[in-house]
Each structure stands twice: as structure tokens, then as C-alpha cells.
Design a protein around this ligand. Structure first.
Ligand code: ADP
Ligand SMILES: O=C(O)[C@@H](O)C(=O)COP(=O)(O)O
Length: 431
């Protein structure tokens, strides 16, 4: 697989969901790296089209997949990225460490350690710009421990233990160490010594404390020789761009599509529920009830689309899947969590196609799993990263091959817990 000289990317990134891929790609762009985001395995042609990126982010939909399946997908992505010439690799998972005791963050990290030949790696989910910090190995969301945040109610990956050394320890075959904040701030020699002690004693993965963005540079210096990093997108903000890009213009210009806007919310995280409640006060809105999507999906989607077509206009229309958490709990008890999640994802994905075919040009999708389902249904194979709506939420441009032939559309894939309350009503201002 030959990539023209001068177009070989350095970083090959593997993201376990689509919103996470956008988040990481957006932060890489903010830090000055030309970045390509691909859905499915990247090709030399995709890299050329992206103008010879410094980093490639492959969006997978494996966050809730069984470990063996997630490992296969991550290794396939790794092999392709290595063939394309990438020399350093990044496994991107959620800043709230979304997984279960049988989750795949550990197994995928183990497999990538073997594949890259990395002697050890870090686990650094912190994203201070979004309130995710780690202290003594414990993950905080704002001023709450992870286990006391809304993440304890997540429909697919409820997080009830904030101790990442313990959570990761249950998933990986490697001993897990901790780089505490006091050491991180004691100078490069102290960091190096502690990492040496931990890894000499057998640690294969080191959870890193991070309280603010200024904790990232020492961490990057200490890991500069490692072929594999793992974590959230926060660390990318401190990643120095290649020398020839320094001082250049930000690489976040994208085409702006014609046509009205729409919002699809399949996330039921705290932030999204707040954004949905706010948007319901001002935007035309309609709920696709989970029970209806299970009982008669085609009819439910067709009715929602007919309603949406008649409300397209200057303000985006909102289609959402729940008003509150009680509704979600009720549907899960009645139908089973996995069944109802799959039905909602299928329904919203069908709505996305219908909305774009009806002429919608700008679509905000809330939720990682939801975004994965939507992008797969749209058949979009790559996203060009544009300006940020909020930390971790960039607008993107994509080529949509719909009923009327290929055209550019703008998509924003919003992580469940990201963004201010008015994100749905103000997103278009950022374009
Ligand atoms: N009313 C509902 N009842 C049960 N599950 C729901 C409901 N609405 C959405 N879901 C499911 O909850 C999951 C939310 O996950 P996701 O889209 O990743 O959001 P987040 O980014 O907040 O984690 C999806 O699988 C979605 O289909
Ligand atoms: O790191 C993060 O928090 C995000 O990039 C992310 O992965 C969020 O996932 P969802 O909340 O499932 O969208």
C-alpha cells in the first residue's frame, strides 16, 4: 500500500466510537495537525484527498462490542494504519472510560501493545476542557466522582466505580500502575523515574492523573518514545504539530451545505437530556417513542419524517428518543436494554437518511452509539473536520450519496455528555 512521499501520516488513531473519533480529530486539528477521519479502513486515495494528513483517525463502533470483536476490528485498523506508514498509534476511548467489567478497553489495549511492540502504555482519559479529570487514579466529571455522575445511569455502560486502576485491572492481563499528580508535577526526571519503577515492576498500562491541560506536556515528553498511547482526546490538545505546520492557518475550513437544519438525539445522557429539554422550548420537535419503534418501526419513522418535512424551515427540527431517564428505565424493563437500544438506533438512523433526502443540509446527531448507527446508514466513508461548536464537538463535512446523487452535508456528532444546554439551538452559529 503505497502512500506518496511527503504524504505519510505520523499518527494512526483508532477510536471506539464515532463521536469519540470526531472529538479526537477535532482536538488534533485544534492543535495544528492536518487530520483525516475515516469510517472504515483508510486508503491511500483517502489520504491524498485529505491533502496528506499528519494524523488519521479511524472511527469504529466497538465500544459495546464483545472483546474479541473489538480486538479484531482494532487490529484490522492498526494493520491498515501501519501499512499506510503511521509510526505512532492512539487508541481513543471515552473520557468517562465507558465500558463494563467485561468491557474491551483492556483487551484492545493488550492487543495493540502486542501489535505495536510497545513495552507499556498510558491510560489517559482526562479531558479537563470538558471537566474530566483524574486524581489518584479516580475519574471525576466536573466536581463529582464518575460513579456519582450521570454516567452511573448510562443505558449501556453504567459506570459505578471511579477507580480506574481497578476498572482497567479487571479488563487487562497486564498489571496496572498509577502515575500520581504529585509526581507528574515534580519534573521530567521524577516522572521518568516513577514510570521506570512502575514498568520495571511489571506494569503494562499506567493510569495517569491529570487535573488540567498543563499536565499534558510533561506526560507527552515522558511518553515520546512510545509507539502506543491510549485515552481520551484531551492529550491531543498538547501534541505539537509537525514542524512544517507550525504557525500555519488552522486546518478547520469546510464547505457549508445548503438546506435546513435538523437535530437527532438518541443520547439520554444528562447533558443531552438538558439540551433536548431546552430545544423543545424553541424548536419544532417530535419524539419517537421506544415502544412505537419496537412495535412498528417503519410506520413510526415514516410518520416522524412526514412531520419533519412539514416543519423544515429556518429553525432546525428536533427528533429525539426520550424526555427523561424514567422513560428509558421503563422501556428497558419492558423490552430489554439491548433490544430497545438497537430499535432506537435503527429508527434514528432511518430518520437521518430521510431527513437528508428531504433536503436537510446540516444535521446534529447526539450520542456515540446513535452516531455510529446514523453514519453507517448514511454510507458516509469519511468526515472533513471543521470548526468546533463546543470542546470535543466539531462540525464536519461529508459527501452523502443520497437519492439525488452525491452532495456535501454538514454533520456534527455530539458526545452524549458534551456541550452547553443551548447546543442544539446554537450549533449552526459555529459554521
Ligand atoms: N428511550 C430510550 N429507551 C432506551 N434506550 C434508549 C432510549 N433512547 C435512546 N436509547 C439508547 O441509549 C443509547 C445511548 O447511547 P449513545 O447514543 O452512545 O449516547 P451517549 O453518547 O449519551 O452515550 C443508544 O443505544 C440509544 O439507542
Ligand atoms: O471522550 C469522550 O468523552 C468522547 O469523545 C466520547 O467518546 C463520548 O462518547 P459518547 O458519550 O458515547 O458519545
Amino acid at each position: 500500500m503505497t502512500v506518496p512521499a511527503g504524504e505519510v501520516p505520523q499518527w494512526g488513531c483508532i477510536a471506539d466510537d464515532f463521536t469519540g473519533a470526531c472529538d479526537l480529530a477535532g482536538n488534533l486539528v485544534r492543535a495544528g495537525h492536518r487530520t483525516a477521519l475515516t469510517v472504515g479502513l483508510p486508503t491511500p486515495a483517502a489520504l491524498s484527498e485529505a491533502g496528506g494528513p499528519d494524523a488519521v483517525v479511524v472511527a469504529l463502533k466497538t465500544r459495546t462490542a464483545p472483546p474479541a470483536q473489538a480486538v479484531d476490528a482494532a487490529l484490522a485498523a492498526y494493520r491498515r494504519l501501519a501499512e499506510l506508514g503511521c509510526s505512532r498509534f492512539w487508541f481513543k476511548y471515552c473520557s468517562t472510560f465507558d465500558s463494563t467489567p467485561a468491557g474491551n478497553i483492556g483487551p484492545v489495549t493488550d492487543a495493540l501493545l502486542d501489535a505495536t511492540g510497545a513495552p507499556w502504555t498510558i491510560a489517559c482519559p482526562a479531558f479537563p476542557d470538558n471537566g474530566r479529570t483524574v486524581y489518584q487514579g479516580h475519574l471525576f466529571v466536573g466536581d463529582r466522582l464518575l460513579s456519582e455522575s450521570g454516567m452511573r445511569h448510562h443505558p449501556l455502560t453504567p459506570m459505578t466505580d471511579p477507580d480506574l486502576v481497578r476498572v482497567l485491572g479487571a479488563q487487562t492481563r497486564h498489571p496496572v500502575g498509577l502515575l500520581p499528580h504529585t509526581v507528574l508535577r515534580s519534573g521530567d526526571a521524577a516522572v521518568r523515574d516513577r514510570l521506570h519503577v512502575l514498568t520495571a515492576a511489571g506494569a503494562g498500562i499506567v493510569v495517569t492523573d491529570v487535573l488540567g491541560n498543563d499536565d499534558f506536556p510533561p506526560l507527552l515528553r515522558a511518553t515520546a518514545g512510545l509507539p502506543l498511547l491510549t485515552g481520551g482526546s484531551g492529550l491531543a490538545l498538547a501534541l505539537p504539530p509537525p514542524a512544517h505546520r507550525r504557525g500555519g492557518p488552522p486546518a478547520d475550513r469546510i464547505e457549508v451545505a445548503d438546506g435546513p437544519g435538523a437535530v437527532l438525539a438518541g443520547s439520554v445522557s444528562d447533558a443531552t437530556l438538558g439540551q433536548t429539554a431546552q430545544a423543545r422550548r424553541t424548536l419544532p420537535h417530535r419524539k419517537l417513542a421506544a415502544a412505537d419503534l419496537l412495535a412498528d418501526p417503519d410506520r413510526t419513522v415514516a410518520d416522524a419524517l412526514a412531520w419533519a418535512r412539514s416543519h423544515l424551515g429556518p429553525r432546525p427540527v428536533l427528533l429525539h428518543s426520550a424526555d427523561d431517564r424514567d422513560e428509558v428505565r421503563h422501556a428497558q424493563r419492558r423490552f430489554g436494554a439491548a433490544e430497545v437500544a438497537a430499535a432506537v438506533e435503527r429508527g434514528l438512523a432511518a430518520c437521518a437518511r430521510g431527513l437528508l433526502d428531504a433536503g436537510v443540509g446540516r444535521l446534529v446527531v447526539a450520542g456515540g452509539e446513535t452516531s455510529g448507527a446514523v453514519l453507517t446508514a448514511l454510507g458516509v466513508d469519511g468526515l472533513r473536520i471543521g470548526p468546533a461548536i463546543a470542546p470535543g464537538v466539531p462540525w464536519t463535512a461529508a459527501t452523502y450519496r443520497g437519492r439525488t446523487g452525491p452532495r456535501t452535508v454538514n454533520l456534527a456528532l455530539k458526545s452524549g455528555n458534551f456541550g452547553a444546554e443551548d447546543l442544539f439551538t446554537t450549533a449552526e452559529n459555529a459554521l
